[in-house]
Design a protein around this ligand. Structure first.
Ligand code: AMP
Length: 548
């Protein structure tokens, strides 16, 4: 074996502080606009942001925070949260973003499991902090992201973020950290069991930012005004605070109001060109824009992910409003980006219908993510768009174990995502289910996502979930659970007739149940486990006789 030849490049580890330092030095005038809790807009620049992030780093040093300690945030998308991202991680501590929509007991579990030493929180969460503090005795301090004048009345003794910063001068050199040291920590919401932590590294966060900014991903540049609707407490807002610093984009942060009207007004006022969020949020935005008969005057493209983007939503954005939808798939354990749906040159030459079909899928893997689908025997399945298999991934921003767990989840070096998918000849991924949500009828898999997508294309349907229901002959058959649009009506028979010609006959649900609302997780995903529980005793028509 020959001795490897080492390159002769500067030894500069990839640190997240470099993203902010770059933005401040080379695109320092680019703005960060935030809707504050008080409702007004706060404006400053990437240059200001770096200064204050450095003040925060100094404040952490003054509080005696050591490298590697976890500093948690309970906060909306706002400028102080961006400062925490960079001030905490840039200092060498770990910025642990917590989802404030989880139950109090779950948050207490997460804070204790992560061993957070300080918690930075938006004042909207004052009551939550009062409920949490007695359950989290190891937390050394609770820091309200506000000034003394706006400190809420609380039982818990708290520090003011602005007071801590005001005591520092911002004259601080970012330390050079080992790029494999921890940068961020995010717990998966998990529909079963305790939440599990995904601990990222500086290297993984910076590489992910490069990947996210690429043209076939977010395609970010200095000309973009970027509004992440996806919360900064959920997988680092899909890496947008990092990718926009790297690209020198303007950043627009919506705060706590994520209703259609608030988002639309902010998008228009700040000339937003790019946005990202889960389908539920876009439902509200599209409803509002339709109601007021408006158009998007600056929005060019949006990433939709987190759960499957219904084709009807994609069509509305593209055809009615001329906004490009980039359907994306990823997960907390992969920082989160994995695949994105963008056509290559050759695909843009195909007939419109073929293009549309491709864009509805979750797309092709970006550089940094390798994927395969495997069958029950563990063998890789063909990329024919037909074979369903368990989706496995690997890459430099995919975790190889959960925080504080020794057991490796990897299978032959690959991370099993828990998703079931097909991959077609174009290399386009199509997520058909979570493996635990799969419906197996007579030994064959039915894609609950495909069945749901047909239902939500019906004008009377606001939301739909397809779950497995026990069946004596076929083991399982699909049951469709539907929430109707306000004032709209459709019968079970009409809805089932709507499926004719849209999916294979045996995929058509055996029954429809109408409900007022569907259960969601804290990150807006359907809680199918809960729904299956709710409909455990549901009797499908014909099930007794054994006919499907
Ligand atoms: P989380 O870690 O909370 O972001 O959840 C990740 C999971 O959300 C994935 O494993 C998928 O099950 C689901 N998911 C994310 N994006 C999509 C998508 N575009 N289509 C379908 N499911 C998705």
């Amino acid at each position: 074996m020959t001795t490897p030849l080492f390159g002769q490049m500067m030894d500069m580890p990839l640190n997240v502080s470099a993203l902010l330092a770059h933005a401040a030095r080379y695109n320092g005038d680019a703005g960060i606009v935030s809707r504050r809790i008080e409702g007004d807009l706060h404006r400053y620049t990437w240059r200001d942001c770096e200064r204050r992030a450095k003040q925060l780093a100094q404040a952490l040093a003054a509080l005696g925070v050591q490298r590697g300690e976890r500093i948690a945030t309970l906060a909306w998308n706002g400028y102080r949260h961006v400062e925490a991202y960079y001030g905490v991680a840039g200092y060498g501590a770990v910025c642990h973003t917590i989802n404030p929509r989880l139950f109090c007991d779950q948050i207490a579990y997460i804070v204790s499991h992560a061993d957070d030493s300080y918690v930075l929180f938006d004042t909207t969460f004052a009551a939550l902090v009062d409920a949490l503090a007695p359950q989290c005795p190891k937390v050394r301090g609770w820091i309200a992201l506000t000034d003394e004048a706006h400190l809420p009345a609380m039982q818990t003794p708290v520090l003011s973020y602005e007071t801590l910063l005001a005591a520092q001068d911002g004259e601080f050199d970012w330390p050079v950290l080992d790029e494999l040291s921890a940068s961020y920590l995010c717990y998966t919401s998990g529909t079963t069991g305790n939440p599990k932590g995904a601990l990222y590294t500086h290297r993984s966060s910076v590489l992910h930012a490069f990947g996210a900014a690429m043209p076939d991903a977010m395609g970010l540049s200095t000309r973009d005004s970027v509004l992440p609707v996806v919360p900064m407490f959920h997988v680092n807002a899909w890496g947008i605070p990092h990718a926009s610093a790297l690209a020198g984009s303007k950043l627009v942060l919506p705060g706590k109001d994520l209703d259609g009207k608030s988002l639309y007004e902010l998008m228009e006022a700040e000339r937003v060109t790019f946005s990202a969020g889960v389908p539920t949020v876009w439902m509200g935005l599209l409803r509002h824009v339709k109601e007021i008969g408006a158009k998007f005057s600056s929005l060019e493209r949006t990433i939709i992910g987190g759960s499957a983007c219904p084709p009807a939503m994609l069509a509305t954005f593209q055809q009615d409003y001329g906004v490009e939808v980039i359907h994306a798939w990823g997960m907390t354990e992969m920082s989160p980006l994995g695949t994105l749906s963008k056509l290559n040159f050759e695909q843009t030459q195909r007939p419109p219908e073929a293009q549309r079909k491709l864009l509805e899928k979750q797309g092709r893997a970006m550089f940094g993510v390798d994927m395969k689908i495997v069958g029950e025997d563990g063998h890789e399945l063909p990329w024919d768009g037909v074979a369903f298999g368990d989706l496995h991934v690997r890459g430099p921003w995919v975790i190889d174990r959960y925080f504080r767990s020794d057991a490796s989840p990897l299978v032959d070096g690959w991370f099993p995502t828990g998703d079931v998918a097909t991959i077609d000849q174009d290399g386009f991924l199509n997520i058909t289910d979570r493996s635990k949500d799969v419906i197996k009828s007579g030994g064959e898999w039915i894609s609950s996502i495909d069945v749901e997508n047909v239902a939500v294309a019906h004008p009377a349907v606001a939301e739909a979930a397809c779950i497995a229901c026990a069946h004596p002959k076929w083991t399982e058959r699909p049951l469709l659970v539907v929430v109707l649009r306000e004032g709209a009506s459709v019968t079970r028979e009409e809805l089932l007739a709507f499926y004719q010609g849209k999916v294979a006959k045996w995929w058509i649900p055996d029954d429809v149940a109408f409900v007022d609302e569907l259960p969601h997780t804290a990150t807006g995903k359907l809680q199918k486990l809960k729904l299956r529980d709710q409909f455990r005793d549901h009797k499908l028509p014909g099930a007794v006789e054994g006919a499907a």
